[in-house]
Design a protein around this ligand. Structure first.
Ligand code: PEP
Ligand code: MG
Length: 584
């Protein structure tokens, strides 16, 4: 038995027979003579051509089955990398100057790029190295006449392992019935991780150096929650995980039975449960999981992974596709939230000394009004077709909101002038993510149609603690008394104004906090799609009066630890099955 540590990129447990799906191609250094250089350069060109043709074929298959969604565009980005100067020109240069084979030159160019990526501190960008890796391995395989890693013959229930997996691999293998994945590359924020989470399949990424330990056919356990892979588990460990997997299955089946049932508490209060999504692929999955709507559609992914900005038409089609997939349910699009930790290559954002407090989010949109207006035009046009809402991230005051609203009016006037069908009555909402917005929620709500509390940012700004920073992570706490009071202020302001308020930060999808949020008066929560069934089951087994009693009690406490202790005690006692040791 051998335990390998990685990063838990998608939770859940998979136990099964390991199946290897391609890996890092081993290349030896080979010197060539001067008169062989031209031939090596030609071999390299041919391999690039074949790689491009393969990617184009996969793209066509995806387009036929699912349209030109996110996966299609990621493959487009991969195809563009086939012309990347650092990869292609550098390989050509090494072949000529060092007189080595194309394979060896490419391996060296890839290693140089990886060394640069490894020094990047930002996790999102560091993980983009896996895209370069995937494309590099494909060219190498083509150079060596090896077949690209295929999906044929992967048995149902297998646990697939690979050097890295593309989002297309995860989708196709997931649909073919594999039970989980682990990879050497990738991480929590990779696209493959996003797709695995949407499909509910466990994935442990970043498991270093495992290839030498593992063979196809070995028994393996993937624990996506802990970020652990266990090779050839002993009898006792297998038994323990089998029990857990069986319990998870019973729980999943119980939750699935309530899929069609509405989230109504025992005392008859309806709670609206919506999904947070980033990719179109997650929209039908959200419906399957019982989402009442899309409460937060993060639009950044349309802008990342590409070197040009998306056109108005592209954004319009994207919004239409989401509305169609939701079949009459609300879709709330959040306008661009770039900057801070989300930086595309298609735009330049001055970093400033402190990106989290700098030109990010709505501030960027107001700085690049041309980019912002294109997005607004697409939304207003799509709103003529289905129930679309727009919300604005990181609003910090009324003046900013007024500027945004003026731009919205300008956009509607322009659409009118252009004779384009649109709906000027789109509800406009404000995300409450800054302490200033929370404190003046009563003023903001007077000038918009709804509020949505983004606790991920609100917590980090209110407590002045970057949640990505391991040294101050202990300060980042959703149950801090200051956060509870801010949420109470916002909900109270919206209720007094008779306007809808919801929460779309991660806090909304944590079943442990369900009573706290109901007790604070929230009746609309938006969360990662996979969280909907468990939160719904808690709502359906709760009385609002009990939640209010707990909330009253914790609002009197002084520290986050005291609050957490009180909340855990009540929730574990009341919901022993939902909050077993492993899940809490
Ligand atoms: C939030 O800040 O709570 C939020 C939902 O936005 P994001 O996580 O995309 O910053
Ligand atoms: Mg945010």
């Amino acid at each position: 038995m051998l335990r390998l540590a990685g990063v838990g990129a998608s939770p859940g447990i998979a136990m099964g027979v390991a199946h290897f799906l391609g890996g890092r191609v081993e290349v030896q250094e080979r010197r060539i003579f001067t008169d062989e250089v031209a031939n090596e350069l030609r071999r390299f060109e041919d391999a690039i051509g074949r790689s491009d043709a393969q990617l184009r074929r996969i793209q066509q298959q995806i387009a036929e089955q699912e349209g030109d969604g996110q996966e299609y565009r990621i493959l487009e980005a991969h195809r563009m990398m086939l012309a990347d100067v650092h990869l292609v020109e550098e390989t050509r240069r090494i072949i000529g100057s060092d007189q080595v084979s194309a394979e060896w030159a490419l391996r060296r160019a890839l290693d140089q790029i990886q060394a640069v990526f490894a020094r990047i501190e930002d996790a999102y960008f560091r993980e983009r190295r896996s895209d370069i890796d995937m494309i590099g391995e494909r060219i190498l395989r083509n150079l060596l006449g090896m077949t690209p890693p295929g999906h044929e013959g992967v048995p149902k229930g297998a646990v697939v392992f690979a050097h890295d997996l593309s989002p297309a691999d995860v989708t196709q293998l997931g649909r073919a019935g594999v039970s989980g994945f682990f990879t050497e590359g990738g991480g929590k924020t990779s696209h493959s991780a996003l797709v695995a989470r949407a499909l509910g399949l466990p994935l442990v990424a970043g498991v270093q150096g495992f290839i030498k330990h593992i063979r196809t056919g070995m028994t393996v356990i993937v624990d996506g929650g802990r970020g652990e892979v266990i090779l050839e588990p002993d009898f006792e460990v297998q038994g323990r995980y089998a029990d857990r997997a069986a319990r998870d299955l019973v729980q999943a089946e119980r939750l699935a039975r309530a899929r069609e049932a509405p989230a109504i508490s025992l005392d008859g209060e309806r709670v609206h449960l919506a999904a947070n999504v980033e990719l179109l692929e997650e929209v039908p999955i959200s419906v399957e999981l019982g989402a009442d709507g899309i409460g937060l559609f993060r639009t950044e992914f349309l802008y990342l992974e590409r070197s040009t900005l998306p056109t108005e038409e592209e954004q319009y089609q994207h919004a239409l596709a989401a509305l169609r997939a939701m079949d009459g349910r609300d879709v709330c699009f959040r306008t661009l939230d770039l900057g801070g930790d989300k930086l595309p290559t298609s735009v330049r954002i001055p970093a400033g000394n402190n990106p989290a407090l700098g030109l990010r989010s709505i501030r960027y949109s107001l700085w690049r009004r041309d980019v912002f207006k294109l997005q607004l035009r697409a939304f207003y046009r799509a709103a003529a077709v289905g129930p679309l809402r727009i919300m604005f991230p990181l609003i910090s005051g009324v003046a900013e909101l007024r500027t945004v609203r003026e731009l919205c009016s300008d956009v509607c006037a322009e659409l009118q002038r252009d004779g384009l069908e649109h709906n000027p009555e789109v509800p406009l909402g404000v995300m409450i993510e800054t302490p200033s917005a929370a404190v003046i929620a009563d003023l903001l709500v007077e000038e918009c149609d709804f509020l949505s509390i983004g606790t991920n940012d609100l917590i980090q700004y209110a407590l002045a603690a970057d949640r990505q920073d391991e040294h101050v992570g202990y300060l980042y706490h959703p149950l801090h008394p200051a956060i509870l009071r801010l949420v109470r202020t916002v909900v109270g302001a919206a209720k007094r104004a008779g306007k809808p308020v919801s929460m779309c930060g991660d806090m909304a999808g944590d079943p442990r906090f369900c009573w706290v949020l109901l007790g604070l008066g929230l009746r609309s929560l938006s969360m990662a799609p996979r969280q909907i069934p468990i939160v719904k089951s808690i709502v359906r087994a709760s009385r609002i009066a009990a939640a209010e009693k707990l909330t009253e009690e914790i609002l009197r406490l002084r520290t986050e630890d005291e609050v957490e202790e009180a909340v855990n005690r009540v929730m574990k006692e009341r919901f022993p099955i939902e909050f077993t040791e492993e899940t809490s």
